[in-house]
Design a protein around this ligand. Structure first.
Ligand code: TYM
Length: 373
């Protein structure tokens, strides 16, 4: 088996989520936190029940602070390296649910600097273009503009720089090498960059001039930043940020997360409906080589990305998901049918999303942090 390697920039090998919990030192989400979610927000979410969001740091503490009426906010972000794929939207869908249920602010960072520094061939113009393009995908999901504040690192650096240098002064190169996988040939821009992603955890407190407890919903790959953020928060006079971590929406091939570096197995919001249909119909599955064998032996939904798409994004009804699982396992459902049904869900979602992102073009200004603070 290919060795697992998970850093904020690379996810390689088959991801062992339990092992990541150990390596990163986060906690598994338990029934207790789900119960607490119901108590605090009046309902839970399928992404919690199914452990798609599966690990956390102080999510329970965050919910209690919210219930106690303390100032709380959400923070998440995107590195604009190209078009958004469905995997990126998974944490945003959950974030939107949290914002709706809690009525709280979301601070969203577009890290154009990070992507400029990471990709040798990228220009500043290109990452800026992607940042503004990717904003449309966030806005299209229906976030509340009065409560959603978007920051773009390079243009809005004035908001972050003072905080970032205070962060940077607390963090050694050896910590960064150990946590982020930096080597002697990493450019020094990349070495400084994490200070900005960490500084954002503390920006709500500065802008609101009041201690603000932040929850960060993101996939587990972003965890190394928050470990550092939590270590240094109190010495800088800020509350420790809490996190809730998701698993990765897989790519449509065998194993691995959906990733821009494997475009043939990722569904991008910019894909035409035809392209998306083709990718889905060509997907790897947990099925048998022939329909006859599938009927006799059944399929394996546990290793099937097509099933994962239902589980993680396209089937919210638990009972229907269970039925699909068993229909596959017992050979009643063939892969072709299952893929076609998925196409019938993904294509209308994409079509609608494309319309909404067109409309979002007129609304960008309402979301920019610099227009409000
Ligand atoms: P980026 O652009 O790589 O990813 C954006 C968000 O999507 C998550 N993600 C996924 N989630 C599910 N399935 C996948 N296949 C998948 N691939 C990516 C990421 O975990 C992330 O939540 N450096 C960051 C930008 C950033 C940020 C933040 C992210 C700045 N501040 C705060 C999260 C929280 C980045 O490049 O994300």
């Amino acid at each position: 088996m290919e060795d697992m390697r998970v850093t904020p920039w690379e996810v390689e090998g088959i991801v062992d989520y339990s092992k990541l919990v150990e390596i990163f030192g986060v906690k598994l989400l338990s029934d207790r936190e789900i119960e607490l979610t119901r108590e605090a927000l009046g309902e839970d979410h399928y992404m919690l029940r199914r452990r798609i969001f599966y690990a956390h740091r102080d999510y329970d503490v965050f919910l209690r602070l919210y219930m106690d009426g303390r100032r709380v906010a959400l923070y998440t972000g995107r590195g604009p390296s190209g078009p958004v794929h469905l995997g990126h939207m998974l944490p945003w869908i959950f974030t939107k649910w949290l914002q709706d249920r809690m009525g709280i602010e979301l601070y969203f960072e577009y890290t154009d600097d990070e992507k400029f520094l990471y990709h040798r061939e990228y220009s500043l113009d290109l990452v800026r273009k992607y940042a503004y393009d990717n904003m449309l995908d966030l806005i299209a999901l229906g976030f509340d503009p009065r409560k959603t504040h978007i920051l773009v690192d390079i243009e809005d650096i004035g908001y972050l720089y003072g905080l970032a240098v205070r962060v940077a002064k607390k963090v050694t190169l050896s910590t960064m090498k150990a946590l982020m996988g930096f080597t002697d040939s990493t450019n020094i821009g990349m070495v400084f960059y994490p200070s900005l992603q960490i500084a954002m955890c503390f920006l709500p407190t500065e802008l609101r001039n009041e201690q603000t407890h932040v929850l960060i919903p993101a996939a587990i790959d972003q965890d190394p930043y928050w470990r550092v953020a939590r270590d240094i928060a109190s010495s800088l006079g800020y509350p420790k940020p809490a996190q809730i971590h998701a698993k990765f929406l897989p790519g449509l091939g065998p194993g691995g997360k959906m990733s821009s570096s494997k475009p043939e197995t990722a569904i991008f919001v910019t894909d035409s409906l035809e392209e998306a249909r083709k990718k889905l119909m060509d997907a790897f599955t947990g099925g048998q080589p022939t329909a006859k064998m599938q009927r006799e032996l059944g399929g394996n939904p546990d290793v099937c990305p097509v099933f994962k798409y239902y589980e993680m994004m396209f089937e919210e009804d638990d009972e229907k998901l269970r039925e699909r699982y068993w229909a596959c396992k017992t050979g009643k459902l063939l892969c072709g049918e299952c893929k076609l049904e998925l196409v019938e869900r993904v294509l209308p979602f994409l079509e609608r999303h494309k319309e909404l992102r067109e409309k979002a073009k007129e609304r960008v200004e309402e979301f920019l942090l610099r227009n409000k603070f």
